[in-house]
Write a protein that binds this ligand. Sequence first.
Ligand code: G6P
Length: 436
Amino acid sequence: MNKGLKVAVIGGGSSYTPELIEGFIIRAKELPVDDIYLVDIEEGKEKLSIVGELAKRMFFKAGLKTRVHMTLDRKEAIEDADFVITQIRVGGLEARARDERIPLRYNVIGQETTGPGGFAKAIRTIPVILDICRDIEELSPDAWLINFTNPAGIITEAVLRYTNVKTIGLCNVPIGMVNNVAKILNVDSKRVRIEFVGLNHMVYGKEIYLDGKNITSTVLKKLSDSALINMNNIPDLNWDKDFIYSLGMLPCPYHRYFYMTDEILEEEIKAFQSGEGTRAQQVMKIEKDLFEKYKNPSLDEKPKELEKRGGAYYSDAAVSLISAIYNDKEEIHTVNVRNNGAISNLPDDVVVEINSVISKTGAKPIAFGKLPIKINGLIQQVKSYELLTVKAGVTGDYYTALMALIANPLVPSVKIAKKILNDILVQNRDYLPQFK
Ligand code: G6P
């Protein structure tokens, strides 16, 4: 019999952890986990203990013997781990609120993963993730790193470029889109398959199948008749019918930031001025309530309120991926992985979000061919921005950082890019040791 697995969750005190625990419980038969190490930092100690105790109660209720360890010692958790999951937020929600507010001051989208907000999050996170990877290289070189940390595509790009860690980047957007399409069609999501291609938070559903039959045009028709495909954290704005018709593919919810920039900006400004605040401020409130719930010693399951967060289906995406690797399933998942020729008009060595075959050797992207001209320009531009961001995050070079922001399609001019960058560098001083 196989020995049970050791899983390390870096950022284990996150309010999302019960999602993950639920995923492990549901798949306990196919994925025998002996030990889960929830790791956090000193500032997250209290949350870690609340979430850890809830995790213990959840496993107990499920009749499982999985041991939950709570620790501030990352190395202890990583040593000999089979899987390491990273779900960290460097600087916490306060830093996210700043990321969202700085661009808004200049009438630029303020979002945690796209635009300048995502850039700020990336350069804060890259040094920390690379540090975690040094520990993995040293203490569990065979472990798989499943990265959820945002901006997930950029972080995966940094790990694959600068470390030897075996990693797969993961996001809940594709699985969320499959589930949404199934809901619109009123069918079980297992019957729906989407050919995804693009980048993280910039992924398109190129073709959509129901039981193997191509139903792309039916879904697009419903989408333009206002069947919304969205996530909790993005303003619910309808797509333009003519746009959907001419695109001929399913955009992801995050594409609204790029194709509906002015409308989204208006929504963000409205929310900010009305006192509702940016998404980080809303999430702070949701989190506060969540942790109050988690503290209740009689709670032994994931509370419903967690579904108000953008990360719905997160456990499904993460744990089914881990199971596909562990059980060598050769199953198709949509992940962030090195392109390796799958998209012929992108370099081989860049990270893309694409359907891939998952086995114990990792993720093999399925050949797609050339990106259609309609989406090629935007993807190429965002990829340039991502590569420059990774370089800036590693080197701390001001000029590379400036060029990264200038390359971002959501930044309107050099003048604005400079102002935003200067604000980001000043307001994140404590988290940017690489920028002297
Ligand atoms: C979606 C995205 C994640 C993001 C989350 C934010 O799930 O795919 O990348 O972290 O939304 O949700 P929140 O509730 O924190 O705004």
